[in-house]
Design a protein around this ligand. Structure first.
Ligand SMILES: NC(=O)c1ccc[n+]([C@@H]2O[C@H](COP(=O)([O-])OP(=O)(O)OC[C@H]3O[C@@H](n4cnc5c(N)ncnc54)[C@H](OP(=O)(O)O)[C@@H]3O)[C@@H](O)[C@H]2O)c1
Length: 262
């Protein structure tokens, strides 16, 4: 029998400790703020110290309990440092929201091996490292946890110039599925991905001119009728971090505004 207590608190993440990577970016910033304003304790991380400092300052003015620590998610020692800092500050880690990412669109014939490796490290190896050390902590503390990993609509669709990015995000989707097999039944750690289509960020702002051919072409395949905004994903990221999604794991969740549907 379902209880009123469960129903009234199932979407709540208040009091939970979340690490948000790429918190200096469009999506990470929205999710860090969204989690914090719902009462989660947030550890914001990224490589840009000044941006982190400013974000934390702004969030603290809104009574969000939060701290920042810089680090590169593709460097093992940095990931260990981030997890240790979260535990030293807030005592545990309940949620990992991985929101960092990188792309360098280029035809394969023009792309160097170094650049391919950089994309793989930034988008795929980084998720492996974060999942590894956050899982280690979640297992040690007990009580399970939630991992919400940002993938992309491009994880399941090719695109010219995106050989590295599509491959890395496809790897992320399969990593999420494998991590669910590894971690959920045994340790109560749910692992899912959010797969967005284009949303507004510094890098995609140029696509948002309604008069442009790029925008118009996108709209032809977007049942939702517009491109995304970072805030559009806060609801799904909250759901996947809350008890309401306790039965969901290993999912690559369509956040494409219907792009995958047509
Ligand atoms: N924007 C879109 O249309 C779109 C669509 C689908 C999926 N996504 C995915 O959504 C996530 C967030 O994207 P966003 O649009 O919010 O991007 P963003 O505004 O550029 O933010 C991404 C953050 O990732 C960090 N980052 C950049 N390069 C990195 C690297 N080489 N290694 C590690 N971290 C790096 C940066 O923080 P620091 O410099 O502080 O480290 C940056 O603030 C990414 O995983 C992206 O692939 C985006």
């Amino acid at each position: 029998m379902i209880s009123k207590d469960f129903v009234s608190s199932m979407f709540s993440i208040a009091g939970r400790v979340a690490i948000v990577t790429g918190a200096t970016g469009a999506l990470g910033g929205a999710i860090a703020a969204g989690y914090g304003l719902q009462g989660a304790k947030v550890v914001l991380t990224g490589r840009s110290v000044e941006k982190l400092r400013k974000m934390v300052e702004t969030l603290k003015k809104q009574q969000v309990e939060c701290v920042w620590i810089d680090g590169d998610p593709a460097i093992e020692a940095d990931v260990q440092k981030i997890v240790h800092y979260a535990v030293n500050t807030f005592g545990r880690v309940d949620i990992l929201a991985a929101c960092h990412g990188f792309n360098a669109p280029k035809s394969i014939v023009d792309q160097s091996l170094e650049e391919w490796k950089k994309i793989m490290d930034a988008d795929c190896t980084s998720v492996y490292l974060l999942a590894k050390y956050v899982a280690e902590q979640m297992i040690a503390q007990g009580g399970g946890g939630k991992m919400v990993i940002t993938s992309s609509a491009r994880s399941k669709m090719g695109m010219a110039g995106y050989t590295g990015y599509c491959t890395a995000k496809g790897g992320v989707d399969l990593m999420v599925q494998s991590l669910a097999c590894d971690l959920t039944a045994k340790h109560g750690i749910n692992v899912n991905s959010i797969n967005p289509t284009v949303f507004r960020s510094d890098l995609t702002e140029w696509m948002f001119d309604p008069e442009s051919a790029v925008y118009q072409n996108f709209l032809k395949r977007l049942p939702i009728g517009r491109l995304g905004e970072p805030e559009d994903f806060v609801g799904l990221a909250t759901f996947l971090a809350s008890d309401a999604s306790n039965f969901l794991t290993g999912g690559n969740y369509d956040a494409t505004g219907g792009y995958w549907a047509c």
